[in-house]
Design a protein around this ligand. Structure first.
Ligand code: MN
Length: 133
């Protein structure tokens, strides 16, 4: 099963998205509320995709990103930067820093799902449950 790590210090922002993810995909979702928690989780678990809020307490998003990309155990995991600033140069900046992609806040659910599918492949559960025999 695919595992997604969502690093966000304001979980209210992402509850709906997590519900939707768990409903639509065959995946596990783990939340980290600050940079330190993210680093600790990355040392313990294997993840297939990371959504990383760039404004975080304790250890900032850029520092978390640097550690992910410097560690051979985690360097290959795609990281999607999440940031409140919707400026165009922001995307290029975070990609230059090593992120694979970027999504701005407030998060557009359709873009979020499209990014998940882009990096995890089509892992949608069957739309209709199989009839019981
Ligand atoms: Mn934040």
């Amino acid at each position: 099963m695919k595992e997604i790590l969502i690093v966000e210090d304001n979980p209210m922002n992402i509850e709906t998205i997590i519900d939707l993810l768990e409903f639509s995909y065959e995946c596990g979702v783990t939340k980290a509320l600050d940079g330190k928690e993210a680093i600790d989780l990355l040392a313990e678990m294997k993840f297939d995709l990371i959504f990383l809020d760039m404004q975080l307490p304790k250890i900032d998003g850029l520092e978390v990103l640097n550690r992910i990309k410097k560690d051979p155990a985690t360097a290959e995991i795609p990281v999607i930067a999440v940031s409140a600033h919707a400026m165009k140069e922001n995307k290029e900046y975070f990609i230059e820093m090593g992120c694979e992609d970027y999504i701005s806040k407030p998060i557009d659910v359709y873009r979020f799902m499209a990014l998940t599918e882009k990096y995890l492949g089509e892992y949608r559960k069957d739309e209709e449950p199989q009839p019981k025999k």
